[in-house]
Design a protein around this ligand. Structure first.
Ligand SMILES: *Cc1c(COP(=O)(O)O)cnc(C)c1O
Length: 526
């Protein structure tokens, strides 16, 4: 690791003196106001300095047998205020939807209404244990059942599997249901068609299940090339995995023809529903001929995400796929009580089995149902309309200075590419880093792969016109700066973050996941 520079020759340390023309006074502590330089919590260890004073436990016979601890387990000792400060500071070091606009395309980083949080913290939901007797959790089962009802109603689909824990997990669930349905009719097929613009999880899911991935090119309008797609169809095609609206932020206008052609050859239509936020209350995927689609509750229905979870990815299923859905599932018993079917038996005899320990992500279910019920049908429709309006507003405000990848209006995301940066010496990545200094989380970069130097903006419906204008004004000023020949400024950015350009390649190739007592601190942090 190269000290103060990362692999691309960009500085990793906070700006010190007058770099790039900006005077920053060095402090005694290395702190910069609220940005405090502090060691890792393990390095702050002060043996014996514990924050709580517990009585000696009475003598009890250990039941841990051979696995009882033999020495210190290496947790650091600190006072309570040290711990509180450490974690509070850490929580402010990343951008988040609660601190700034976060237009990360395809991620739908929308505001999480605090009402959701209030509901999720109700002790009757928050304090449940998944192994409690069914009689004592009727309310929780009813909540899962109600959410399932609304997800089916909003998508126009007859069934839903609630257990998948994220979008990618939902893809796996839907594709396992498809594989089971094909095996059930003794028709194993080998090939899955995936458009070139797909999210990486689509081909990964198909490959993980043993399918050959066959990619479909996009046409000049950024949609599936219908003729190329039809030429790929055949009796060995198990499914198509298509995102709609697609990852270029465009509605697949031939989607009904695609569904019909897929069904004609006996294959299934898997839809990646991560972009459902653009069409909720306007289009029901079931009406388009879709057989399975995951819904990222953590995107469309606002349950928080961004820090690696938690998520929830229920999958709506067509009549043909419903029998293969995973267990456990909530069902209505003859006595009017709800229960969980835990095994592949009875009505669930054809279920492909279990893909999660318990019934799914309960906290996310509470938040998503709160969001759905508090918005109502009109509110959900308004939200998707506003999401599309906001993206088009950004597109309109930026298209004369940046380069839109496709003509015409977009859905919920505005896609630009790096042509406007040509010959400036500024890359998409450099440009994004300068946005961080301006207090905005960057857009999605270099995705979708079909567009060179892609910049995918998804403002979501949460942003006000004032915020969108502040953002657009900032982007316009940055474009002007890039075009004025000030490439050095962008190459040094960000200047104001706790760390600057980290060695991301090194971190991915050689991850340091465990702190060791003799590890140089800088190496662990950078
Ligand atoms: C987010 C996303 C996924 C994966 O969802 P996770 O919940 O992150 O697993 C899949 N496809 C698209 C288009 C996405 O945007």
């Amino acid at each position: 690791m190269s000290g103060a520079m990362n692999r691309e020759g960009r500085p990793t340390r906070p700006v010190e003196a007058s770099e790039a023309g900006r005077a920053v006074t060095a402090t005694v502590t290395g702190n910069r106001g609220l940005t405090v330089e502090e060691p890792l919590i393990f390095e702050q260890d002060n043996p014996g300095a514990i924050g709580v004073d517990l009585p000696e436990p009475p003598h009890v016979r250990s039941r841990l047998g051979a696995v009882r601890p033999r020495g210190r387990i290496g947790l650091p000792s600190l006072s309570e205020p040290q711990v509180v400060r450490h974690y509070t500071r850490l929580s402010t070091r990343n951008m988040g939807i609660d601190t700034t606009m976060y237009p990360l395309g395809s991620c739908t980083m929308k505001h999480n209404p605090r009402l959701n949080e209030k509901m999720a913290r109700l002790p009757g939901f928050a304090d449940l244990h998944p192994m409690q007797p069914m009689d004592t959790v009727q309310g929780a089962l009813e909540l899962i059942d109600q959410l399932a009802h609304w997800l089916k109603a909003l998508t126009g689909m007859p069934a839903v599997a609630m257990t998948p824990a994220a979008g990618a997990h939902g893809e796996l669930c839907g594709m396992m249901a498809i594989r089971s349905a094909l095996e059930d009719r003794n028709d194993p097929r080998r090939r899955v068609l995936v458009p070139e613009s797909a999210h990486g999880t689509n081909p990964a899911t198909a490959a993980a299940l043993g399918y050959t991935v066959d990619s479909i090119p996009a046409d000049a309008r950024g949609r599936v090339d219908l003729e190329a797609f039809k030429a790929k169809l055949g009796p060995d095609v198990a499914a198509i995995m298509l995102t709609n609206p697609n990852t270029c932020g465009l509605f697949e206008s031939d989607i009904v023809a695609i569904a019909e052609a897929v069904h004609e050859v006996g294959a299934f239509f898997y839809c990646d529903g991560a972009n459902f936020n653009a069409i909720v209350g306007r289009v029901r995927p079931g009406d388009l001929g879709i057989d399975a689609m995951h819904i990222n509750l953590h995107k469309t229905f606002s349950t928080p995400h961004g820090g690696g979870g938690p998520g929830a990815g229920p999958v709506v299923l067509s009549e043909a796929l419903a029998p293969f859905a995973p267990v456990p599932a909530v069902v209505h018993g003859p006595d009017g009580r709800l229960r969980l079917v835990e095994h592949a038996e009875g009505d669930f005899a054809k279920s492909f089995g279990r893909m999660k320990g318990f019934h799914g992500q309960m906290g996310m279910f509470v938040r998503a149902l709160t969001y759905i019920l508090s918005h109502g049908a009109d509110g959900l429709r308004q939200a998707s309309s506003d999401a599309v309006l906001n993206a088009n507003y950004l597109l309109a405000r930026l298209k004369d200075v940046m380069t839109p990848s496709f003509d015409g209006p977009c859905m919920h995301e505005a896609l630009f590419d790096d042509r406007f940066l040509k010959d400036t010496g500024v890359s998409t990545l450099d440009f994004a880093k300068a946005m961080i200094d301006e207090g905005f989380h960057p857009m999605t970069m270099y995705f979708p792969l079909v567009v060179h130097g892609a910049m995918l903006f998804e403002p979501t419906e949460s942003e006000s016109k004032e915020t969108l204008d502040a953002f657009a004004d900032t982007m316009r000023a940055l474009v002007e700066r890039a075009k004025s020949g000030d490439a050095g400024y962008f190459q040094g950015a960000p200047y104001h973050t706790p760390r600057r350009r980290l060695d991301e390649t090194g971190a991915a190739r050689n991850p340091v996941l465990r702190w060791q007592p003799d590890m140089p601190a800088r190496e662990a942090a950078e």
